[in-house]
Design a protein around this ligand. Structure first.
Ligand SMILES: Cc1cc2nc3c(=O)[nH]c(=O)nc-3n(C[C@H](O)[C@H](O)[C@H](O)COP(=O)(O)OP(=O)(O)OC[C@H]3O[C@@H](n4cnc5c(N)ncnc54)[C@H](O)[C@@H]3O)c2cc1C
Length: 235
């Protein structure tokens, strides 16, 4: 999506009807909202979500649309720790029938071609990749896509593991679960040696993780324009 289209869609605001929320795993919650027919997005994009049912400081934050558009629901998945921010407290208070506001979708973190792609997720940074892989699964073109997902999580929570494994079983997409940077570097080296700048490199996770892996890729001669980043601040 071009900068121009992004600027336009940021002005598209709509209220989303809250349906339900549930705990995914320790400190991680999903929130489901009704998807109106005229709302769509490219799997991997995010929206800017605002709390409207009460007045809070910093009422607007970006979150990935973790559902693929074909799933017909808007799903957000958030890490919510023991001392949640006012925003996340307000999210946990949502009851059926209440609404939050969404601006967007925005962002260019989505697949544009069939070139080999390396996906690197750190912790909660798995959210855009879940959406992209669910979309690939729904479109049934997982055999043509050469995608490797490397999911690094020091807590070994590995969100969406069942779904990811099911997609990997049905397609040529590979998913590996890692808990150390050394193993990740090894996988990056293999992919970069084979695909160099014919590959796409997607990184999502905390700002520091995304920054350091991007630097690592560039030191390994991967051009900046082949690297797409979703840097989640606040972690
Ligand atoms: C493109 C993009 C996509 C993103 N997608 C996701 C996603 O899918 N899932 C996701 O979880 N995040 C995502 N993020 C990050 C998200 O937008 C938030 O920045 C992040 O969740 C931190 O929000 P917060 O409200 O906890 O943070 P902040 O307000 O930045 O707070 C950080 C920490 O400070 C403490 N704190 C803050 N306020 C209080 C308070 N009032 N009382 C006590 N403690 C407090 C808490 O410990 C909190 O965790 C995304 C970011 C970007 C840019």
């Amino acid at each position: 999506m071009s900068f121009f289209q992004d600027t336009l869609s940021i002005f598209k605001k709509r209220d989303l009807l809250f349906l339900q929320s549930y705990k995914e795993s320790e400190g991680v919650y999903s929130f489901l909202f009704k998807k109106e027919e005229d709302l769509t997005w490219k799997a991997g994009q995010h929206g800017l979500f605002s709390i409207t049912h009460k007045k809070i400081k910093n009422p607007t934050k970006p979150f990935t649309l973790v559902s693929a558009p074909t799933e017909n629901v808007v799903r957000l998945t958030m890490a919510i720790g023991e001392n949640p921010s006012d925003f996340k407290k307000a999210m946990l208070e949502l009851k059926q029938g209440m609404k939050i506001r969404m601006a967007g979708p925005v962002g260019s973190f989505y697949l544009k071609d069939n070139n080999p792609s390396l996906f690197i997720a750190g912790g909660i940074g798995i959210t855009p990749f879940r959406s992209i892989l669910k979309q690939v699964e729904a479109e049934g073109n997982g055999v043509e896509k050469q995608i490797q997902l490397h999911y690094i999580d020091s807590k070994k929570l590995y969100l969406f593991k069942e779904e990811l494994d099911e997609i990997a079983n049905k397609t040529s997409i590979s998913v590996t679960y890692l808990d150390s940077r050394e193993n990740l570097h090894h996988e990056i080296n293999k992919f970069a040696t084979l695909n160099k700048n014919n590959g796409n490199y997607f990184i999502a996770g905390s700002r520091s993780m995304v920054g350091s892996i991007s630097t690592y890729l560039q030191k390994n001669n991967v051009s900046k324009r082949n690297i797409k980043k979703d840097a989640f601040y606040g972690y």
